[in-house]
Design a binder for this molecule. Structure first.
Ligand code: BGC
Length: 371
């Protein structure tokens, strides 16, 4: 079968011929890939950044945001059957720590996990994949056009779910409010797919959502946001360090930009008892200057929480499915507009090159699905 592979640490990506995977265990399923999304992590990988080939191999099949159709199942499978649309999670556990034993490798404690298409395991830019059913979530037909967005949305779902859980733990009385987010001012920083999908999940939970980026208000990303009721803030007009004083402060900030200097500046806009979830992974690691003492003082005196969140569990994937179903009813046809560019997999070089201004999500298209 054909697959797109990278020699980690280099910029060498090419179409390779790999053996077609076969089911070898009763709990495995075989999926034919329909499309795969490309994100910042993929582009970081193919520019020589963070990526690791499977043990004993020189190259890594990339891609971790997949959507496909089940074409075969082992005898002991119960949740998906042939013909179902499905998505697979990304991380595979270390097999040593408790979270990994509980299928919560997104919280792995040893750091010895693997990630399909990123770290030590082949990914999904290929014609077929085989994996354990345990890692699959079934995708209802109604959201077939947006199924490829489940993985990036799962990242936002985890961050939001954690934020809610942490607030409830800190102020149990808040449990009396059925929806803590309802009417709360939330800021999403960085309007890439993860940020826009986070904005969508927050709007669906009744929040007053603001999105921050540095693009023109009439370009695709801000327009997508405002169409679902979000408000756009152009960071070139309102500097991050003055956001709170100029636009008002926020109970929840969800960062999806991967820009550390911006991240720390945004603390100015965090409300008392507010929570700040960081999901962006900076590509560069050059040091930045921050007013450390003042920020620590603010965190303590205002009971603020800043937490990092990475990857997602099967439950977060399921939450993403549920939100996409609701979003489809709330704004029919709108979510799929996030997919702005589609390329046949053979022209992957163009797909990976990127289109900064009018691009939201680019996909490689592998197969049209069964009739
Ligand atoms: C992926 C996550 C992964 C993270 C770190 C992100 O782009 O969506 O699944 O855990 O990169 O490798």
């Amino acid at each position: 079968m054909e697959a797109i592979a990278l020699i980690p640490g280099t910029k060498k990506i090419r179409l390779v011929d790999r053996p077609e995977p076969v089911i070898t265990a009763d709990d495995e399923i075989k999926i034919r890939i329909i499309r795969v999304g490309i994100c910042g992590t993929d582009r970081e990988e193919i520019s020589g950044g963070r990526a690791m080939a499977p043990e004993g191999y020189k190259d890594l099949v990339i891609g971790h945001e997949m959507f496909g159709q089940v074409i075969a199942t082992g005898k002991n499978t119960t949740r998906v059957k042939s013909g179902d649309f499905a998505v697979l999670t990304v991380r595979r556990g270390c097999g040593k720590c408790l979270p990994c034993h509980m299928n919560r490798s997104d919280m792995c404690e040893t750091g010895e996990y693997k990630e399909r298409g990123i770290w030590g395991l082949d990914g999904y830019q290929a014609e077929f994949v085989v994996d354990h059913e345990l890692y699959a979530v079934k995708v209802p037909e109604e959201i077939e056009p947006t199924g490829v967005l489940i993985e990036p949305l799962s990242i936002s779902e985890k961050a939001i779910h954690e934020a809610l859980g942490l607030q409830f733990a800190r102020v149990p009385g808040a449990m009396a409010t059925p929806l803590w987010l309802n009417g709360r001012r939330c800021l999403v920083a960085g309007l890439g797919p993860v940020g826009l999908l986070a904005a969508m999940a927050l709007v669906l939970r009744g929040a007053e959502v603001y999105g921050l980026d540095i693009v023109d208000a009439n370009s695709v990303r801000p327009r997508w946001l405002t169409a679902i009721g979000g408000r756009y803030i152009d960071g070139r007009q309102v500097p991050a360090a003055r956001l709170g004083s100029e636009v008002g402060s926020f109970d929840l900030i969800l960062e999806a930009a991967g820009a550390p200097d911006l991240d720390f500046n945004l603390l100015e806009a965090l409300n008392r008892s507010g929570i700040y979830m960081v999901t962006g992974i900076p590509g560069r690691e050059s040091p930045i200057k921050i007013p450390g003492a003042a920020l620590i003082k603010q965190l303590v005196l205002s009971n603020q929480l800043m937490a990092g969140s990475v990857n997602a569990s099967l439950d977060h994937f399921q939450m993403a499915v549920n939100d996409l179903l609701t979003a489809n009813l709330s704004w029919p046809g709108h979510v799929e507009k996030l997919i702005t560019h589609r390329y046949p997999f053979k022209v992957f070089l163009t797909a990976f090159a990127g289109h900064p201004v009018n691009e939201i999500k680019t996909t490689t298209e592998w197969w049209g699905g069964m009739e």
